[in-house]
Design a protein around this ligand. Structure first.
Ligand code: BGC
Length: 449
C-alpha cells in the first residue's frame, strides 16, 4: 500500500551539459581541456537524439521529465540569442507534452556561457552575473512558456558555489583556503539567491500560474560521533550548506558564512513554490580536531572534517556508515531521504519534490535496483509521516558526463558511445517501470466504486 497521491509525479532528471554534447560555448568546454579532464565531446548526443530519449521515457512509463537548457547554447555571445536553439528546446517540451510527460526545466545546472567569465572573472562572486543571468532567464521563459509551466531556476547552487569558489573544481576555480576567498563564497551565494529571487518575481509577474522552485542538494547530516561538539558541528554544516540559501529564498534575509544577516532586495518575500531536493547520501560531520580555524571558516572546515574524518577513519578502521557504497563513494542510505524530506517539510511547510536521487555503478546493477526501490519506499514513508510529496525524479535517465569523467554511471539506460549512442535499459529501468505501474494500478483500483 502506497501513500503517494494519485497525481504523483514519476520522472527522471538530466542536465544539458551532461547529455547534449558539444556545448562548445559553455565555460566548462574550455575548462575540461585546461584541467585535462576526460573530454565530454558528444556526451550521449541527446542534442541530436532527443527522439530516442523520448522513447526511453515512454518505455519507463514516467509522467515527468526534468531537463535543463544550456545558457551558452541560447546565448553564444553576450548579445546574440540563438533562436533556432530555443525552437529546438520548445519542440522537445511540446513532444513531451504530447506524450503525456510533464516537462520541467532547470535554467542553471553548473555551467555558464564562456563569455560570462570574461566579463565577470570571479564568476558568480561578481554581482554583474545576476543581470546577465536574468536576461537569459527572461528569454528562456518567454520562449518555452507556451509549453513549460514548471521551472527550477538553479540546480544545487550550494554545490555549484562551493565547487567554483571553494574547492576550485569548476571555473573560475578559486580555492577557499584563505579568509578573503571565503568572502567570495559568501558573495556568490548571496548573488545566486538574489538572481533566484529576481527571476522568480519577473516570471510570476507575467505568469502567476507557473510553479517555480529549485533543485537543491541536501544530504542526511549525521554527527561523526554522538557527542555535543560533533552534534554542534553537524548542525552548523546542515544549516549553512543546506538551509541558509533556501531560508533566504523564502524569507528575503540572507545570513552569510560568518552569521551576518542582511535584507535582500525585491518585493516578494517568499520565492519558492516547492522545495526540490537532490538527495544522494549520508554525510558525517565532526569538528576539526587539530586546527582551530578562524570563525568564518568553520562551516567550510566542517565539510573538510568529513573528508578528513573518512580518511582517518579508514586508516584506523572506524569506517563511517555500515551500508554499501556506490562508485562515487557515497554510502547507500535510503532512510536519509525520509529524514531530509521530513526536515524540509517541517522547516518550510512547502510541497517537496525529489528532483534527483540515484547512484553510480559499473558492476552492481542489483544494488541500483535496490537503491531505487529503497529510496522510493523512504519517500513513501515520509508521506505517511505527513510530508506533502509532489514526486520522485530519478537521476538519471542515461549514463552521462559526470563533470570530468564517463566512469561514473548513473543511468537507467546505458549509452554505447562507440556504437551510435545506442540506449539500452538496465535492470533498474524495469524495476522503476513496475513501481510506476503498480502505483497506477493501485490508484485505479482505489478509484473503482
Ligand atoms: C548533480 C548532477 C550530478 C549528480 C551525481 C548532482 O549533484 O546535480 O549533475 O551528475 O549529482 O553526482
Amino acid at each position: 500500500m502506497s501513500y503517494f497521491p494519485p497525481d504523483f509525479l514519476w520522472g527522471v532528471s538530466t542536465s544539458a551539459y551532461q547529455i547534449e554534447g558539444n556545448n562548445v560555448h559553455s565555460d566548462l568546454w574550455a575548462w575540461e581541456k585546461k584541467r585535462k579532464w576526460e573530454p565530454s565531446g558528444a556526451c550521449a548526443n541527446s542534442w541530436e537524439l532527443f527522439d530516442e530519449d523520448l522513447a526511453c521515457l515512454k518505455e519507463l512509463g514516467v509522467n515527468t521529465y526534468r531537463f535543463s537548457v544550456e545558457w551558452g547554447r541560447v546565448f553564444p555571445e553576450p548579445d546574440r540569442i540563438d533562436h533556432e536553439v530555443l525552437g529546438r528546446y520548445l519542440r522537445q517540451a511540446e513532444l513531451l507534452n504530447k506524450s503525456g510527460i510533464l516537462p520541467m526545466v532547470c535554467l542553471h545546472h553548473f555551467t555558464n556561457p564562456a563569455w560570462l567569465l570574461k566579463l565577470c572573472p570571479l564568476g558568480w562572486a561578481d554581482e554583474r552575473a545576476i543581470e546577465h543571468f536574468l536576461r537569459f532567464a527572461d528569454v528562456a521563459v518567454e520562449a518555452l512558456g507556451p509549453q513549460v509551466k514548471w521551472w527550477m531556476i538553479f540546480n544545487e547552487p550550494n554545490v555549484y558555489v562551493l565547487q567554483s569558489l571553494g574547492t576550485g573544481h569548476f571555473p573560475p576555480g578559486r580555492r577557499a583556503i584563505a579568509t578573503p576567498v571565503t568572502g567570495l563564497l559568501s558573495s556568490a551565494m548571496k548573488n545566486v539567491v538574489i538572481a533566484h529571487r529576481k527571476a522568480y518575481a519577473r516570471i510570476k509577474s507575467r505568469r502567476p500560474d507557473f510553479q517555480i522552485g529549485i533543485a537543491h542538494n541536501v544530504n542526511a547530516i549525521h554527527p561523526y560521533r554522538d557527542k555535543p561538539s560533533h552534534r554542534r558541528a553537524a548542525e552548523r554544516w546542515d544549516h549553512f550548506f543546506h538551509w541558509s540559501m533556501l531560508d533566504a529564498m523564502v524569507s528575503g534575509r540572507f545570513s552569510s558564512w560568518d552569521g551576518v544577516q542582511e535584507a535582500l532586495p525585491g518585493e516578494h518575500r517568499d520565492t519558492l513554490d516547492f522545495v526540490g531536493i537532490n538527495y544522494y547520501t549520508r554525510v558525517y560531520v565532526r569538528p576539526f580536531p587539530l586546527v582551530m580555524p578562524p570563525l568564518n571558516l568553520i562551516p567550510l572546515y566542517s565539510e573538510m572534517e568529513f573528508i578528513t574524518g573518512r580518511f582517518l577513519g579508514s586508516l584506523i578502521g572506524t569506517r563511517q556508515g555500515d551500508r554499501p557504497r556506490e562508485d562515487m563513494g557515497h554510502e547507500v542510505y535510503p532512510e536519509g531521504l525520509r529524514e531530509v524530506a521530513v526536515k524540509a517539510w517541517r522547516r518550510y511547510s512547502k510541497p517537496i519534490l525529489i528532483t534527483e536521487n540515484g547512484m553510480a555503478t559499473t558492476s552492481n546493477e542489483p544494488l541500483r535496483s535496490e537503491y531505487l526501490s529503497g529510496h522510493v519506499r523512504a519517500l513513501d514513508e515520509s508521506v505517511r509521516q505527513g510530508v506533502r510529496a509532489l514526486g520522485y525524479l530519478h537521476w538519471s535517465l542515461l549514463d552521462n558526463y559526470e563533470w570530468s569523467t564517463y566512469r561514473m554511471r548513473f543511468g537507467l539506460y546505458s549509452v554505447d558511445r562507440a556504437d551510435g549512442f545506442k540506449r539500452a535499459p538496465k535492470p533498474a529501468a524495469g524495476v522503476y517501470r513496475k513501481i510506476i505501474e503498480a502505483h497506477r494500478l493501485s490508484q485505479a483500483g482505489a478509484a473503482r466504486p
